[in-house]
Write a protein that binds this ligand. Structure first.
Ligand SMILES: Nc1ncnc2c1ncn2[C@@H]1O[C@H](COP(=O)(O)OP(=O)(O)OP(=O)(O)O)[C@@H](O)[C@H]1O
Length: 299
């Protein structure tokens, strides 16, 4: 019998997570014929450890029910595993970038219905030092400030909470000296923010990198030059309208391997959570995981 493990953060989804859990269990057992094990997370890294045991026990499917934090931790359980189960996603967070990029419905009930889809996509992962990321790595003073956006603001304001925090930080003009090496090329200079994204959706902005697809085998890099308030607003506008890579104050590139260093302490943000300080080394793992996606895909 096929076996599925559900990994659920019961505190996500405005207290409705457990209701959705029942629906997922019911669907997987009765309609899809899985033997189902349920694991509720209680703290950081629980999702990673549950997913590691699913790999070691050769489960067929792991379903992550929760926000981007739970998904990021679940995916990290797949790191360096010989057997990697198929991944299903029920997004219950406020941003849900990975689900957006895969066109998995943001309505949990609709997302649950897609779990029995016959369509599976090979999706790229990024490796950063000793962890995986599914979506985005940001480095620079702006990345640090994005880590400080509260869950309350995210719930209330959605992607705009990041935009507001970003503007506030840029007005304070706190660029850091960065050295960015990508596939043999080097850029050096002061920058408030460097982003390497795997997908089009970053912080809920689906037009940040329209050219990035989940299976193109590339990291998409954006270096923001040192900005004043005036060109910050112009960059903000091009971000909203999907022209970021063409802006004169932004350097855009694609690469398979990127290293970022600084002679000052600079922190990062990885998939929306606080990440390690520089230096960082990242590379693409093409088609590293298999994800259940809706039947009709336009990605
Ligand atoms: N039972 C729990 N109660 C509180 N926090 C938990 C629990 N289980 C896991 N966590 C922690 O909560 C973090 C965030 O969870 P998650 O992303 O699922 O929800 P969220 O904060 O609602 O999502 P988003 O950040 O998209 O709004 C996880 O990375 C994990 O460390």
């Amino acid at each position: 019998m096929k076996r599925a493990m559900i990994i659920i953060n019961p505190s996500s989804g405005k207290e409705l997570a457990l209701e959705y859990l029942q629906k997922v269990e019911q669907l997987l057992r009765s309609e899809a014929g899985y033997d189902v094990v349920v694991n509720e997370t209680a703290k950081e890294l629980d999702a990673t450890n549950f997913c590691i045991s699913a790999c070691e026990d050769c489960f067929d499917l792991v379903v992550s029910i929760g926000g981007d934090g739970t998904l990021h931790e679940t995916i990290n359980g797949l790191l360096d595993q010989k057997h990697r189960p198929l991944l299903g996603i029920v997004p219950l967070g406020t941003v849900n970038d990975f689900a957006r990029a895969l066109q998995i419905p943001l309505d949990p009930d609709e997302a649950i219905r897609t779990l029995t889809s016959s369509q599976v996509k090979d999706v790229d992962m990024g490796r950063l030092n000793d962890q995986l990321f599914a979506n985005v790595v940001a480095a620079g003073s702006l990345a640090e400030s994005l880590s400080s956006v509260s869950s309350e603001d995210k719930s209330k304001l959605g992607a705009f909470a990041y935009f507001r925090e970003g503007l506030r930080e840029l007005v304070n003009n706190s660029a850091a000296p960065l050295r960015i090496e990508y596939d043999g090329e080097v850029w050096e200079g002061d920058s408030p923010l460097f982003i390497a994204t795997l997908t089009n959706s970053v912080g809920g902005f689906e037009k940040i990198a329209p050219e990035a697809t989940v299976d193109d085998g590339l990291l998409h890099g954006f270096i923001f030059k040192d900005l004043n308030l005036f060109n910050t607003l112009a960059v903000g506008a091009s971000l909203l309208f999907g022209h970021l890579k063409d802006h004169q104050d932004v350097i855009y590139f694609t690469a398979r391997h990127i290293q970022v260093t600084s002679n000052q302490p600079v922190r990062t943000n990885v998939d929306g959570e606080e990440g390690p300080a520089l230096p960082i080394d990242m590379h693409i793992l093409p088609g590293h995981i298999k994800v259940v996606v809706p039947e009709v895909q336009v990605v």
